[in-house]
Design a protein around this ligand. Structure first.
Ligand code: ZN
Ligand code: ZN
Length: 388
């Protein structure tokens, strides 16, 4: 695999770091051990360390001469879910797992930091940004709001995510819109409880809630322009305690995704109108909460081109994944991309000759063969963008 020689030599060391992090997963804003692990390593490499931004965030700064500054970001958090891999280094914390490969992301950025601190084949400033709470808690937003780029100025910022469905040895880049915005909503349907055998004595919130679930699907199929990609999913529906009792209330939760901020805003209004209107039609009422979580992720043209050139330089033309489809999934790196131009790249991590379980699966496994590729991408990106 064409990676930087010094980084290839670090394969064993990086694998050990990755597996250590994997065995000790920590979820949103609780990444204390991980954060200390990262800070210790950076100090060991001779890199200036700042801790405490967004609680457990870490920023390392490595400067050499006058030149531009570049931010490289890795996320550190795990997910609140059990691990079912039976790997020798599987999670030691019940109910928590690195199922999105953020242990790999953290390790690859540490590997690049070690290499760049040794080789210093660049002119300018590198900021190594280790952020907490990527999974739905918006650690990236909190870091930006707490002054990440005021305290640690950068001209551009880059992020990376592993792609277990893409061959190892390939990197995918997509200029423009790459990932959707995300919002969450909660609908509480207030009916009137009654005996299950006498529904006419009450107002059944389960029936009304079911009508709302169906009607919400009209947003993407009948109300918004089919050219716009919009997804509305009801993901929780909780009501009732007994077989022979119709409850007073039903609670529905869900998520909405789209590729345009203004269509998401119109979706918020549509969800409200449909939920309230449907409830009214059946004599019930509905309370709706709607929260914008993550903005649309947009990769800048110039930085996408730079990243593409780095991939061709490092892995050759075959290293560039020909298609990187947009996804309705979301990423809080979008908050950093809204603050500074940059690019979010996809790193192929599929296992060769065996199944690669998807992200967020309890059987997901990060492919350590990809560690030197990701770390080499970071290192070459710095060497090329901050060329001497
Ligand atoms: Zn994830
Ligand atoms: Zn992730």
């Amino acid at each position: 695999m064409p990676v930087l020689k010094r980084i290839a030599e670090m394969q064993g060391e990086m694998t050990a770091w990755r597996r250590d992090l994997h065995a000790h997963p920590e979820i949103a804003f609780e990444e204390h051990r991980t954060s200390a692990f990262v800070a210790d390593k950076l100090r060991e490499f001779g890199i200036e360390v700042s801790q405490g931004l967004a609680k457990t965030g870490v920023v390392g700064t490595l400067a050499d001469g006058d030149g531009p500054s570049i931010g490289l970001r890795a996320d550190m958090d795990a997910l609140p879910m059990p691990e079912l891999t039976a790997l020798p280094y599987q999670s030691t914390v019940p109910g928590k797992m690195h199922a999105c490969g953020h242990d790999g992301h953290t390790t690859m950025l540490l590997g690049a930091a070690k290499y760049l601190a040794e080789s210093r084949n660049f002119k300018g400033t590198v900021r190594f940004i280790f952020q907490p709470a990527e999974e739905l808690a918006g650690g990236g937003r909190v870091m930006v709001e707490e002054g990440l780029f005021d305290q640690f100025p950068v001209d551009s910022v880059y992020g990376m995510h592993n792609q277990p469905n893409m061959p190892t040895g390939r990197i995918a880049i997509r200029a423009g819109i790459g990932m959707a915005s995300a919002a969450s909503f909660k609908i509480v349907v207030h009916g009137r409880g009654s005996h299950a055998a006498s529904p006419h004595h009450g107002i059944d919130p389960i029936f009304v809630g079911s009508q709302i679930v169906s009607a919400l699907q009209s947003i993407s199929s009948r109300v918004t322009n089919p050219i716009e990609s919009i997804v509305v999913s009801v993901t929780k529906f909780h009501a009732g305690d007994a077989v022979n009792v119709l409850p007073d209330t039903a609670v529905l939760d869900g998520t909405a995704r789209s590729f345009a901020e203004d269509s998401e805003t119109s979706v918020a209004g549509l969800i409200r109108r449909i939920a309230e209107g449907t409830a009214t039609a059946h004599g019930a009422t509905a309370d709706i909460e709607y929260r914008h979580l993550y903005p649309v992720l947009v990769n800048a043209e110039a930085q996408s081109l730079i990243a593409e050139n780095v991939v061709r330089d490092l892995l050759g033309d075959d290293g560039l994944e020909p298609a990187f489809p947009r996804t309705m999934a979301s990423e809080d790196f979008s908050f950093m991309l809204n603050a500074r131009p940059g690019c979010f790249v996809g790193l192929g991590t599929a296992f060769e000759g065996r199944e690669s379980h998807p992200l967020h699966s309890s059987k997901y496994e990060f492919n350590d063969e990809a560690l030197p590729i990701g770390a080499s991408f970071w290192a070459r990106l710095v060497e090329m963008e901050l060329a001497k």
